[in-house]
Design a protein around this ligand. Structure first.
Ligand SMILES: [Zn+2]
Length: 234
């Protein structure tokens, strides 16, 4: 059952899932919608009023999240581009027209793959070079820079291999620099000690503010809704 509640002046969409056999109710957010699982409507109202603070806090956090992949758009630097798919039988290609990323591909699945491909290619163009030049500033050597699709922004192994998330090219340039500086600093310090952070600072002086900013970004790969002309990916 769908509805909405008012919390701190915000209207939050809700979904009530009734499970008469459960003892304890629980709450979770699915994107911006609050899902309440409870054995009765009365219990649902009770759990909502009991956890108003939790709901308000989480809603605020979710609202301030910047999604790299969102329905109908993708982030690129400080701009958000609408995504449009055009059915195209030849080799898939992408193009920017004003505020729209045009994807020429056979079907929406191909369009989604194309988003991944251009994102990865952009990151591949940026990350290895930047990692090597940052490393040379602190007299460290990078064995390898891998670009990979995963949840973390980056990683560094004790053998000096750096892995960078394939979608950092979608972030503002200063955040890309922070992520790479962070991993390069691990070549000197494989921990998050004070010494580690002073190496990061020498590579990226504004790291404190950038680290905080980065927490607002969500890199989860969602299906980017491709309007008209084609069926959407579920
Ligand atoms: Zn780290």
């Amino acid at each position: 059952m769908d509805g909405s509640i008012e919390v701190d002046g915000n209207t939050i969409a809700t979904r009530f899932v009734q499970k008469p056999w459960i003892r304890n109710s629980y709450l979770r957010f699915e994107d911006e919608r609050l899902v309440v699982v409870s054995r009765s409507e009365r219990m649902m109202h009770r759990v909502i009023s009991k956890h108003r603070d939790w709901i308000a806090r989480h809603y605020k956090e979710i609202k301030s999240t910047i999604r790299l992949f969102d329905s109908g758009s993708v982030l690129h630097g400080s701009n958000r581009y609408k995504v449009r798919h055009v059915i195209h039988a030849g080799r898939p290609k992408a193009d920017i027209a004003g505020d729209t990323l045009m994807l020429y591909a056979r079907d929406s699945r191909g369009a989604e793959r194309l988003i991944d491909r251009i994102t990865r290619e952009d990151t591949q163009r940026i990350a290895p070079g930047m990692a090597r030049s940052k490393a040379s500033l602190i007299g460290a050597e990078v064995k390898e820079v891998k670009v990979r699709k995963y949840r973390k922004w980056g990683a560094c192994s004790s053998e000096g291999r750096i892995t960078i998330n394939y979608c950092i090219s979608m972030l503002p340039a200063e955040l890309q620099e922070y992520i790479i500086s962070h991993e390069v600093a691990h070549l000197k310090q494989l921990n998050h000690s004070g010494r580690f952070w002073s190496v990061v600072e020498s590579l990226c002086p504004d790291y404190k503010a950038l680290r905080k900013q980065l927490r607002s970004y969500d890199n989860r790969r969602r299906a980017v809704y491709v309007p008209d002309l084609d069926l959407n990916l579920a």
